[in-house]
Design a protein around this ligand. Sequence first.
Ligand code: UFG
Length: 364
Amino acid sequence: MTKVLLTGGAGFIGSHTCLALLEEGLSVGVLDDFSNGSPEALRRVAELAGLGALRQESPGRWSTGDSGPADLTLLRGDVRCPGDLDRAFADGIGAVLHFAGLKAVGESVAQPLRYWDVNVTGSLRLLEAMGRHGCRTLVFSSSATLYGSTDRVPIPETAPLQPINPYGYTKAAVERMLADVAASSPGWRIARLRYFNPVGAHPSGRLGEDPSGSPNNLFPYLCQVAAGRRPRLDVFGGDWPTPDGTGVRDYLHVMDLAEGHRRALAVLEAEPPQLLTLNLGSGSGHSVLDLVRAFETTNGLAVPFSVVGRRPGDSAVSIADPQEAERRMGWRTRRSLADICRDGWAWQSANPGGFGEGESSLDG
Ligand code: UFG
């Protein structure tokens, strides 16, 4: 059986998808530099999948061994480094899920070259390595950020791409690169998955989002306010043209998103070579205040907030048209806003300090 490689598999979406693939009985390799992901997340993934300990095999390489139906290998490495990629592909990789990348909009404005380097050069090096190793199946983490501040509701995949910040431009560049590669020779099986707003956590409370520093995004910030780590939530704008004046987004549970990746991979492997482009969202919009109220009701907690000015670059409404994902791979979200709030709080309350630091949790 060939292995599936997850670049950035120690991050939020990568780690949840890793667990979903292991539970399917797949052999998974992870390449991660731990810049925004944690080895502890993967130690817990191995535990939740019933695989036992990740043991160090050599410097920067850990494995659960391949005794069971599923197995996990973890390599510390950089997706921009051909040598690190060659080490990952040496395990016999049949398909790649490419999560590795930077994703903070504000940071991308301040450090554009870093975003072009990690997101675009990283994807370029990965595609070169896939070429060297004869691997032509790839699922790419794209983003609804490509649609920019459109007024269209809901947004289909055919909507114009008009990113409005360096992060969005790098995602658009990689999407373009993938289309060019797919057109260059037959045999490529590529999916570009445009995520809307992934939130929530694994229901066990063992796995979740662990942003470094102050969270940029609403849901992890809200969770930290509920936990008392931060005094209050700033709601960015109460004067948007929405029913309650606060921004409306399409929040989807990270386990639904993980399932979307599993299905995309299955479709790519079952069907003739193709370039597949799909929105992954619920198709429903919720305002900031909807989310705050759902969190308070579900968890019996108060979340102090105050409405402040708008955040530059935000739009009023962003909601997916997810019909194509349902048509092409029978996928739609199954978990509710209450599920998101319950599971997110289970993670936050059980792990007030996140995963902790370093590789010390992995068996030395
Ligand atoms: N918001 C607040 N307070 C906060 C943080 C956010 O009120 O502290 C509001 C925002 O103004 C927005 C909503 O909550 O109305 C959601 O904001 P997020 O930062 O959680 O998410 P965004 O929709 O801005 O962006 C996210 C990712 C992007 C991705 C995009 C895709 O951060 O990388 O979803 O739709 F591209």
